[in-house]
Design a protein around this ligand. Structure first.
Ligand SMILES: Cc1cc2nc3c(=O)[nH]c(=O)nc-3n(C[C@H](O)[C@H](O)[C@H](O)COP(=O)(O)OP(=O)(O)OC[C@H]3O[C@@H](n4cnc5c(N)ncnc54)[C@H](O)[C@@H]3O)c2cc1C
Ligand code: SF4
Length: 480
């Protein structure tokens, strides 16, 4: 009998996974599970339209169904050099439009990428990349996160000399210092980042542009520059009492933990916010020994960042399983201190008020003051990009949106000639796959700008963009 049900993705028991940062909550598929799940796909490739990086999803799922995971990895590498990373933490918007949603559940697209990628320790052996050579052009990449690493990969395999400047001691950006190790193991990062750097990419870590080296000097020395600097300037709420010693911004908290610090979070932790960062901070706190963790969000559950999506639902399910408490529609208005340390949070319950046709607005009901004890408060209230490293002259020339994102043209070039940009500093999605897509676009833009398209070693290894156009109804009509 035909079985249309999605092959179940299983989790490690909560008690086991809470004991360690080394245990991934979600188990990978076995060979049999991978092939069975991939075989459910009907190959319509509608999902490619939902993928920001336009991966040939139907193509790579088909190769997994045919027990050829190496081909799956090769197809993924056409647009994306981190299949095992993205196979774990992608927001997988593709699954939300899979036509099999009502027929046993969407294909487990993200999980199948992980299944295929985890089978190989050395991608070099299966990819058949062009021979190493140098075409006489050099590009600086500022920022070693997913955007910068993707740009470095596709430029390097075409023979461009690439140097990455990274402020932190290790590459990875938020893949290293944001997303916790239980969701994204260090070995997976090492394998995929190590593969990129093995292609001859020069790396200058612990080098902050604007301090250790001047931006102007980089612009003078290189033929083009790619900015993948993310958004790392913490936005704090400024709630009265914020100067207490045990109040941290989530990105500082997660960064310190990712570099091995065992922060004493005490018994009760309050996390302010509602997105990825709030969930990761709460689950990290549980692993650091907290007994009660509360996420306070000022809007409703349905208003949280990333919702509605299966990714947001899965994330919340895992967080609830780990006994984190969500408090919706609350406004913290004072961090109560004793001897310079926070001991609790005063808050109001909100009511959501519709104003015209816009989003419902949280309005605090101030008659009743509530109190929640806290040994630590973590503010997961967002970040912005710090462009000060550019210096005043370049800052004046760089066009930004009113929200502070870099404006780029269809080639990924900013308002400054030869300066390209992508990732969190540039797009509004602020997720990994969008950073990869931006870098893909910029690589084509850079190669065109450098006037080296006629020297491309192998077109097969140019990042493929807008593949979905091939599958769209209008393309079908044109080709008929
Ligand atoms: C806690 C957390 C969890 C997340 N979870 C997910 C998830 O599950 N799925 C998902 O898709 N996305 C997730 N995201 C978002 C995702 O990590 C980002 O969208 C992505 O990392 C952006 O890539 P980027 O390359 O633009 O920037 P980043 O990853 O931020 O990398 C930028 C790099 O530039 C460096 N840099 C900045 N300024 C300078 C300078 N002046 N000189 C030198 N180097 C500099 C920084 O040190 C950093 O390493 C999460 C983010 C956080 C914070
Ligand atoms: S939408 Fe679903 S069925 Fe269609 S190709 Fe994508 S994964 Fe396969």
């Amino acid at each position: 009998m035909l079985n249309f049900e999605r092959v179940k993705i299983t989790n490690e028991p909560v008690e086991k996974r809470l004991k360690s940062f080394d245990i991934e909550p979600v188990r990978g598929y076995t060979d049999q599970e991978g092939v069975t799940e991939a075989s459910r796909c009907i190959g319509c490739n509608i999902c490619t339209q939902a993928c920001p990086a336009s991966l040939d999803i139907g193509g790579y799922i088909r190769s997994s169904a045919l027990s050829d995971p190496a081909e799956t990895v090769r197809i993924v590498f056409e647009n994306l050099p981190f299949p095992a990373i993205i196979g774990r933490v992608c927001t997988h918007m593709c699954e939300d439009i899979c036509v099999l949603d009502d027929t046993g559940g969407p294909i487990a697209i993200r999980h199948l990428k992980r299944y295929a990628a985890d089978k190989f320790d050395d991608y070099g052996r299966i990819l058949d990349l062009p021979k190493r050579r140098f075409i006489g052009k050099s590009v600086a990449v500022i920022g070693g996160g997913p955007a910068g690493l993707t740009a470095a990969y596709y430029l390097a395999i075409q023979g461009v000399s690439v140097t990455i400047f990274e402020a932190m001691p290790e590459l990875g950006g938020f893949m290293k210092m944001g997303i916790p190790r239980y969701r994204l193991p260090q070995e997976v990062l090492d394998k995929e980042i190590g593969f990129i750097t093995s292609l001859g990419v020069k790396v200058r870590t612990s080098t902050k542009v604007g301090i250790d080296v001047q931006f102007q000097d980089i612009m003078n020395e290189f033929d083009a520059v790619f900015l993948g600097v993310g958004n790392h300037k913490a936005r704090m709420t400024g709630t009265p009492g914020s100067d207490a010693r045990n109040i941290l911004h989530a990105t500082e908290f997660l960064r310190r933990v990712s570099y091995g610090e065992k922060i004493d979070v005490g018994k009760n932790v309050v996390v302010i916010g509602g997105g990825f960062t709030a969930n990761d901070s709460s689950r990290t706190s549980m692993r650091l020994g907290a007994e009660n963790v509360y996420i306070m969000y000022r809007r409703r559950e349905i208003d949280r960042p990333g919702y509605p999506s299966s990714n947001a639902e899965e994330e919340m399910e895992e967080t609830l399983e780990e006994r984190v408490n969500y408090m919706w529609e609350v406004t913290p208005f004072e961090y109560v201190q004793e001897d310079g340390k926070v001991v609790g949070v005063k808050y109001w319950q909100n009511e959501m008020v519709m104003e015209g046709r816009g989003r419902a607005k949280p309005v605090p009901i101030k008659e009743k003051v509530n109190f929640l004890p806290a040994d630590m408060v973590i503010e997961a209230t967002g970040q912005e990009t710090d462009f000060s490293f550019l210096g005043n002259d370049y800052l004046r020339k760089l066009r930004l949106t009113p929200q502070g994102h870099v404006i780029v043209d269809q080639n990924g070039m900013t308002s400054i000639k030869g300066l390209f940009s992508g990732g969190d500093s540039t797009n509004i999605n602020r997720d990994l796959i969008s950073a990869v897509r931006d870098a893909d676009a910029a690589v084509l833009g850079i190669l065109n700008y450098l006037n080296v398209m006629d020297q491309i070693a192998d077109e097969k290894w140019l990042p493929v963009l807008d593949r979905w156009k091939k599958y769209s109804p209008s393309a079908a009509i044109k080709s008929a």
